[in-house]
Design a protein around this ligand. Sequence first.
Ligand SMILES: Cc1cc2nc3c(=O)[nH]c(=O)nc-3n(C[C@H](O)[C@H](O)[C@H](O)COP(=O)(O)OP(=O)(O)OC[C@H]3O[C@@H](n4cnc5c(N)ncnc54)[C@H](O)[C@@H]3O)c2cc1C
Length: 296
Amino acid sequence: MRDVVIVGGGPAGLAAALVFGRSRKRVTLFDAGEARNAASEHVHGFLSRDGVKPSELRAIARAELARYSGVEVRDARVLSIEKREPFVVHTDREKVEARRVLLCVGLLDELPQLAGMTACWGKSVLHCPYCHGWECREKHLGFLPRTETELDFALLLRGWTDRLTVFSNGVKLDAEMKADFETAKIRVDERRVVGLRSEGCDLRAVQVEGGEVAIDNLFVHPVQRQTPVVAALGLRMLDENSVWVDEHGETSAPGIYAAGDLTTPIHGALLAAAAGAAAAYKLNTALTKSSMREKR
Ligand SMILES: Cc1cc2nc3c(=O)[nH]c(=O)nc-3n(C[C@H](O)[C@H](O)[C@H](O)COP(=O)(O)OP(=O)(O)OC[C@H]3O[C@@H](n4cnc5c(N)ncnc54)[C@H](O)[C@@H]3O)c2cc1C
């Protein structure tokens, strides 16, 4: 029996494993190996690791975990979790029993269906200016919103460039937004977007009906979905995309905790690592105190 099974070995899961290892807990971390940011060449904004490769960040963390005898890291996908204590976590090869489960599986991105999108994603088509804005500063940026509620993201993007074109692509701008864009000198192209022209992974232009607009980097917000293993648990949701957790990091299923991108709309590697560590502090505190009380 393990104290905790951690599902997911991105920044959240790895940071949690480090806390548990140092707390002398016996934990198993399963990782399916599909990093959310795998399409990117660099992780930016991670204190002391700014610009590291995503795979290198994970490798450094795994090497640190190897110092702690209580931590096992396994490359395997968790297929299902039996939602009762002791929890039984199934992969295609084995099943592991645990007193608690910590979900750190991140989210799935569904890219807009546009020719050229997949090749450019994470390289020249981006989603987060805090991650990649510095590298695109002062370039001609584009933004392709999905919905009206996303439009004011363009005002944020203007912080990195004074050459910004919003491809509204059928999304309607109200009078107030038009006035904001005019004041901020944000161009709006209302033509239908039909594709991206790129050389390899370098975006050259956004193709619109009847022409194209030369653009260096395009920002989009993919639809995000929970992973199948989380969806199958039927957990309470905070909003459409995020799993609800209480102040201890526990989900609506007692004994199942969650941390990282799957619990919040604000995503970043350092934020996820901090969330994983915080959840592990709380979970370890609860587990340790209850073990001590059981000895009475
Ligand atoms: C293209 C892109 C670029 C980004 N660039 C940056 C950046 O420069 N700086 C920054 O701070 N943030 C960046 N981010 C955001 C950052 O990657 C995430 O916020 C961070 O990775 C979230 O960490 P996490 O541990 O919650 O989830 P993830 O990093 O997504 O890790 C989840 C892990 O769980 C595994 N998993 C999923 N399901 C299962 C299962 N059933 N069984 C076992 N394992 C499973 C996955 O394979 C994955 O390895 C970027 C995101 C994207 C999409």
